[in-house]
Ligand binder design. Structure first.
Ligand SMILES: [Zn+2]
Length: 438
């Protein structure tokens, strides 16, 4: 990261002249911080303004030296010289791979994130983003002094334990073992629920993994594990009910937070944007709207308890599942909570809240949160293993909370109400306080 030396201008005089407000202001030969320095301008020196472009001012001196000084400091008298700069994200935005809107999107910077600035050139900030270099438009940013921001939000300091390459290598070397995580299941003779039963495995039974079977309609969705047991029986296990030994490699079993006040909690409002999630047409309820409304209440409740909150989405957008877990992993959050509302059209009697966890080490967190949710009159289905991407690929403690069934008449009365969002958020917060503080 470069130090931003310079600053600069306390005011622009009328029409064409600029008075420099600070000593040693560097004038560059191009509108970029890494361009050559033409000269240093002194405090009170008057220069002529020739052009304004991409957040830079082209100026000339009485001795006819011409160059560029950054105008984006003019509006920010609080910015200090000799200090590293950060971009504070006030609005969710794309981070590009190059300094142009036409380049690929590296990911989305989310509200509350603070990205270290490496350089500024031609109206684009070069920033550190998820351990990579990305670009954001300077004029859309709020610039600040790096020292004013706590390390919680600093992408420059991801959890030392998180190294995706090491994790991937270790997972490749793991024994090919599949464990059944939900009881009363079937080992099937074909990758099809209607196929014949080979045997009925119990919870905890282990199999040798032979192959993965992906769904034809979505190449990211794993549908079945093709496995063999110790007696030589082979068959297909639904991926939904099982985990592999490799899955939990890299997943932390404990974080450093010893109180809710030390904890960073990431709230993932499920779905969003073009993905509405479940829809209850009769009541006009969209899952994406309800998860977002609940996330806002939960954020308030957690912040009131002293936690730091990171949101997966700040509006009606649809970050990919990979983007959601990447934030959790790189920010080393103490708990990740994915909020959803369930749907079971063919089983309208199904109702109540459910807490899903994937990694065995997250079961205590699941129990702590679920115990509090279970007190609510909407009803509760307990803690259940769930093979969901945002849980499985999360290296941080992670839960997926289904907060009621949109297909259930009784639940649908609670789901769209602010009162319910408030009550269930308080229950979740209470569960997290119990988990972190005791
Ligand atoms: Zn959902």
């Amino acid at each position: 990261m470069v130090l931003i030396t310079a600053i600069v201008l306390h005011f622009l005089t009328s029409m064409g002249a600029v008075v420099i407000g600070r000593s040693n202001v560097q004038m560059h030969d191009q509108p970029s911080l890494d361009a050559a320095v033409v000269t240093s301008l002194d405090k009170h020196q008057q220069v002529n303004l020739e052009q304004s472009k991409d957040g830079w001012l082209k100026v000339s001196t009485d001795t006819l030296e011409t160059g560029w000084i950054p105008s984006w400091f003019v509006d920010h008298p609080e910015l200090e010289t000799e200090d590293s700069l950060v971009a504070v994200i006030d609005k969710e935005m794309a981070v590009y791979t190059e300094a142009t809107n036409n380049s690929e999107i590296l990911g989305h910077a989310l509200i509350g994130q603070v990205l270290p600035v490496i350089n500024e050139s031609l109206g684009w900030l070069e920033v550190e983003f998820q351990e990579k270099t990305g670009y954001l438009q300077t004029k859309q940013q709020r610039l600040a002094n790096a020292k004013d921001y706590p390390s919680h939000f600093d992408f420059n300091h991801p959890d030392v334990d998180y190294d995706p390459k090491l994790i991937e290598e270790a997972r490749k070397k793991a024994d090919p073992i599949v464990t059944v995580r939900v009881g009363l299941q079937a080992l099937l003779s074909a990758p099809d629920r209607e196929s014949a039963l080979v045997i009925g495995p119990q919870i905890g039974d282990q199999f040798e993994l032979i192959d993965y079977v992906y769904g034809v309609d979505d190449d990211e969705r794993l549908d079945y594990y093709y496995v063999r047991d110790q007696h030589g029986n082979v068959g297909y296990l639904e991926a939904e009910i099982a985990s592999t030994q490799a899955d939990s490699i890299g997943h932390v079993t404990q974080t450093s937070a010893s109180s809710i006040k030390d904890a960073v909690i990431m709230i993932d409002a499920g779905h969003g944007g073009i993905d509405a999630g479940a829809v209850n047409e009769a009541e006009g309820i969209l899952e994406k709207e309800q998860t977002f409304a609940t996330a806002q209440r939960l954020q308030e409740s957690l912040e009131k308890a002293g936690a730091t909150v990171i949101l997966a989405r700040e509006g009606d957008t649809n970050p990919s599942l990979g983007e959601r877990t990447d934030i959790s992993n790189t920010q080393a959050v103490d708990a990740f909570l994915s909020l959803h509302y369930d749907n079971a059209i063919d089983y309208e009697e199904m109702g109540g809240t459910t807490t899903y966890f994937f990694h065995e080490s997250d079961e205590a967190l699941a129990t702590a949160v679920n115990d509090q949710m279970a007190d609510h009159e909407i009803g509760n289905n307990g803690t259940i293993f769930g093979n969901y991407y945002v849980l499985r690929e999360n290296t941080r403690p992670a839960l997926l909370l289904e907060l009621g069934y949109m297909s259930n008449e009784n639940d649908s009365k609670y789901i769209p109400s602010d009162k319910y969002h408030q009550e269930i958020s308080e229950a979740i917060t209470k569960g997290l306080i119990v988990y972190f503080d005791q």
